[in-house]
Design a protein around this ligand. Sequence first.
Ligand code: G16
Length: 543
Amino acid sequence: MTSQTVQTTPIDGQKPGTSGLRKKTAVFRAPGYLENFVQCIFDGTGGAQGKTYVVGGDGRFFNREAIQTIIRMAAGNGAARLIVGQNGILSTPAASNLIRKYKTDGGIILSASHNPGGEDGDFGVKFNAANGGPAPERVTDAIFARTLEIAEYSISDQQSGDIGTIGSYNVGDCRVEVIDPVDDYETLMQELFDFDAIRGLFAGGFRICFDAMHAVTGPYATRILETTLGAPRGSVINATPSPDFGGGHPDPNPVWASELVGIMSGDNAPDFGAASDGDGDRNMVMGKSAFVSPSDSLALLTAYAHLAPAYAGKLAGVARSMPTSRAVDLVAERLGIPCFETPTGWKFFGNLLDAGRATLCGEESAGTGSNHIREKDGLWAVLLWLNILARDGRDIVQLRADHWRSFGRNYYSRHDYEEIPTEAAEALMDALRARLGDLPGREVAGMQVSTADDFAYRDPIGDSLTERQGVRIGFADGSRFVMRLSGTGTQGATLRVYLERFVDRGGDHTQDVQAALGPVIEAAQTLAEITKHTGRRRADVVT
Ligand code: G16
């Protein structure tokens, strides 16, 4: 085989964010853009010579062409073997599983997750390490450093071959294996959960609506829920991945999954509703007319995980991202297991999972997962829920009400202010940071500020320090808000405001969430001067 070395120059802005490099699709399609970044992944991780990688993506526009380029570049860089999902499809959790199962050197996953796709949408590339998890910061830093000095990339002259047919072929000396994207993932799920109990649940007339949001989870959910577990045909909706996600926004929250919310609120609603995102790692769950917040879902899954074979008596600890509500902390305390608080981003759970310190992890941004892989996993969360419901017998709404009665309720909401000019968003955060020392003791919205800091995390395993991860303002009554700028957007800045108020056992757990959070919302707007900095009077997306 011959391969070419192509001269190139550094391209600005190739710094990976919370989860890989995300840009407008048009940016990724510009000559050399993808090639530069992929070469820097190889260069920043010691080269591809002799290595094996998993390659796949969420099926969005440009997925297939990008995979073909990556195959040729891996071959051009001397990779020995590639495992590629048929038609270029692999959910992020399925890719993580393949990396671990086949002990590869890592994987390249093409996705911009919940961001819209299509020619005018977003595209993304992320590198996962040999443990199956998103590359840690020292690796993304090394990749970024290479993007600043890259001078050439290597690419095979040979075309990449057919990725639509299962089988294997060579591109030069590199073996390309095209595999069924679902098989290995389904095998793993069977090992973790009580499939017989879930089959019994469906056989007894239990109904589910799973909204795959025209994204990658469709084939996984259809095979596992309908074919293997016996949920009625049609239980999975929007099940065929489309390059632009049916023109939608594949983000499983009550705003973007409004079709599911409508079904779950209608007459004759199914017993359980769920949705997953673009690349299949996020999840949202619902009961009849009841949205279960991701933070509550994490707390409940932790409380009842023992009903699933893989987790009975095996919870070493739990971890949540800092802005996630503290509902799970209360469960961990009662179970007598540690609860770790990490910065936003699944990569921060990796060391805890690898070291066996945490078994379950979760984030407010609709991510839950466990030590079965090193990514969050949308369908896994749905199956754990089904396993719990099958074994417990109560429905999800009752289970949650009983949970609040026993632990108290952490009212919780996230307010997003999208596409703010970056300078205005940074000025807001800088101004708030500058005042942190003066805030404790101050009265605002009828509450007294008790703590104010900027979250920093010292990894208990790797000892690395990660600073400036979000401002936390705590109040004397136990309420708090957190503010940070999103690390996954592609246009301007998104200000995320996370709001939380605890109502203890015996209190009123039936209030409207926004009403219950009223004083905290007012305090956040006042202390951060959101309107002054952004011109906005209210958030664009409230979840
Ligand atoms: C990514 C990370 C998540 C993180 C989320 C936060 O999610 O994988 O661990 O919670 O970003 O996003 P932001 O920085 O915008 O708040 P995903 O599903 O987009 O890969």
